[in-house]
Each structure stands twice: as C-alpha cells, then as structure tokens.
Ligand binder design. Structure first.
Ligand SMILES: Nc1ncnc2c1ncn2[C@@H]1O[C@H](COP(=O)(O)OP(=O)(O)OP(=O)(O)O)[C@@H](O)[C@H]1O
Ligand SMILES: [Mg+2]
Length: 319
C-alpha cells in the first residue's frame, strides 16, 4: 500500500543532521515533535528556537522532507474498505437497496415528510434492528434515542423487537431514551454523549425530530441567525460522533410548503441550507394507499435517485 522511503533510516528528530538530544528537546517543547512538523517548518524559525545556524536548520528540514512520505491509497483500496462499512437493515429489502445496503454508519441519514408518513416508525424499526447480529443486518449495538416530541412508544419497540426475534425486555434495556424539551437539552445530550456511547456500545443515534424544538424556540426572522448557528454546531458534533465511534445517525425532519415551487411537489424539509448539507442521505417519505409509504432517495453521494415502497405493519417496516 504505502511506499515508505526511509532515507538513511531517519525515524526520530535526533536522527536528523545537526540535531542532538538538547536541540531535539527544545524542538519538542515548542511543538515540533514529529518529522512531519520539521519537514514543513521554516529553517529561520528553527534557528531562532534552537540557536542552530539557519544553514544547519535548512539541512535538517531537507532531511526531514526526504524521510517523510505522503501515504497514497488507491481507489480500489478505498473501495474495498467502504464495502466493509457496517449498515443497519431497515426491515425492507427495497429500502435497503435504495440505500445501498441499509442505513450507513459514519453518516447522517435524514427522513423528512408530513405527519404519519412513517418517520418515527422507521426510527423504531432501526432501534430494534441495530441490536441484531451482524449476519441479520444489525451491529449488535445499543441506541441513543432523543425524543423531542414525546412520541417514543416502548410498546411499539416491544412488538417490533418480538417480531424480529429479540427478547423485548433486552431490546428496551438497550435503548437510552432522552426526552428533550428544550434545544439546550437536545444539544447537551449530544455534547455529553461520548462516554455513554462507549460504555453502552451505542451504534445508532436517533433524533426525532431534529428541528421541532429549534423551530418553536427561535421564532421570527431576527432569531434565525442564532438558530442556524446553534444548529450548525449541533450537527457538527453529531457528525463527529458518527465518525469517531463508527455509528449511524438517523434524524427525522418536518416539512413546509415552499411557495417558491410552482410546479411539482412543494413539500420542502425545514432547517434551510444548514440542514440540507447536514445529512449524507436524505429520504422523503410520503403516504400512499393504506399502510403503504413511498420513500424517495433525494440526496446521496453514491446512490442514484429512486424510490422504494414500504409497508408499516403492526410488526414494523416491511416490503
Ligand atoms: N401499531 C401499529 N400498527 C400498524 N401501523 C401503525 C402502528 N402504529 C403506527 N402505525 C402507522 O404509522 C403511522 C404513523 O407514522 P409515524 O408516527 O412514523 O409518522 P411520522 O412521520 O413520525 O409523523 P409526525 O410528523 O407526526 O411525527 C400511523 O398513521 C399508522 O399508519
Ligand atoms: Mg414522528
């Protein structure tokens, strides 16, 4: 994979020409503690810091440059790694296919749509499915569920878990539910989540719904800037948790009618640009006949736009 050109076997600061233990110590104290940092340093700065001549500093920088290499990965290597990325089954084969295999980890997936379109039900199903063994489409992980609307229903989890072959009591024990009533509670839960994620092996974070509290607390045009700023840092922290812990994030979002759209479906998710850029994948859910729901993949870095039809049954999401 990486071709490391180890010129003259330089591995540490002390291996560089003209740099003895005392100089190396001075450099480390000033933050120049790796060969990479020396390689991009200015000889003048190093000279000033250590008292060595600019000429000698230049020799050390050049040697550090030669000893450090950029690590290239080929596209195929990255492709192979990505195939191994874990996914959570949605309960519907068609929806899994639409998503490229299921809900992706290290990413934020957003579902938006009108009331009763199935956003919360899909969240319940994912809360159960993430707990399944890997060969059944799960990640053997726990769930952190932030409920901002008071619509979390343990009875639904009980039914869905039983149908999925899990012990319903254990399934509920694996869910950490936070009923957030203010944006501060919502934000703080995410900000303090690192510890609990590690302790409980959380592999899925759900925020249902992402924007409800932000919308009700920040009213009017004057508050919009502050709202978007808070939302932005909240979303960054979420993405950061997803990346560092290799977990999936599922958020639901409300919609409004965009009067600017004259033709076609005016239904638009709320939250503006910040939300639009937050999610790696956006799903638009809408009601069809009876228990059928149409899920449209709106925005994905790798999958083509398309639709899947799912059913909300008493036992959960099905094809
Ligand atoms: N036990 C059940 N058995 C079958 N279907 C159910 C059951 N519980 C809920 N549903 C279906 O799920 C629908 C509600 O979906 P859901 O709560 O996911 O909507 P939502 O998109 O989250 O809406 P909102 O924007 O109001 O939060 C109901 O209208 C019903 O059709
Ligand atoms: Mg809901």
């Amino acid at each position: 994979m990486a071709k490391e050109a180890k010129e003259k076997n330089i591995k540490e600061l002390e291996d560089l020409p003209g740099i003895g233990p005392t100089t190396a110590e001075k450099l480390r104290e000033s933050g120049y503690d790796t060969l990479e940092k020396i390689a991009v340093a200015s000889p003048h700065d190093l000279s000033e810091l250590t008292g060595m001549s600019v000429d000698n500093a230049k020799k050390a920088v050049d040697a550090a440059k030669q000893a450090t290499t950029v690590v290239y990965s080929t596209g195929s290597e990255i492709y192979d790694q990505r195939k191994l990325i874990g996914r959570i089954t949605t309960g519907s084969k068609d929806l899994n296919e639409l998503l490229g295999g299921g809900l992706e980890i290290k990413a934020i997936t957003e579902a938006y749509g009108k009331f009763a379109s199935g956003k919360t039900q899909l969240g319940f199903q994912l809360s159960v499915n993430v707990q399944l063994p890997r060969d059944k489409g799960g990640l053997e992980g726990a769930v952190l569920f932030i409920d901002t609307e008071g619509t979390f229903r343990p009875e639904r989890i009980e039914t869905i878990a039983t149908a999925a072959g899990l012990d319903p009591k254990l399934a509920l024990d694996n869910m950490l539910v936070v009923r957030a009533e203010t944006t501060e509670q919502q934000i703080l839960t995410i900000e303090r989540a690192d510890k609990v994620i590690q302790e409980k092996n959380v592999k899925l974070i759900i925020i249902d719904s992402m924007m409800a509290l932000f919308r009700s607390e920040f009213l009017g045009r004057g508050a919009l800037g502050e709202r978007q700023q808070k939302l932005n840092s909240h979303i960054h922290k979420l993405q950061n948790l997803a990346d560092t812990h290799g977990l999936a994030v599922y958020i639901t979002n409300q919609v409004m009618d965009n009067p600017g759209i004259l033709f076609g479906d005016p239904t638009t998710p709320v939250g503006g640009n910040i939300m639009a850029h937050a999610a790696t994948t956006r799903l638009y859910m809408r009601k069809s006949k009876e228990d059928k729901r149409i899920v449209r993949l709106v925005d994905s870095p790798s999958m083509p736009e398309g639709e899947a039809v799912i059913k909300i049954t008493p036992n959960g999401i099905r094809d």
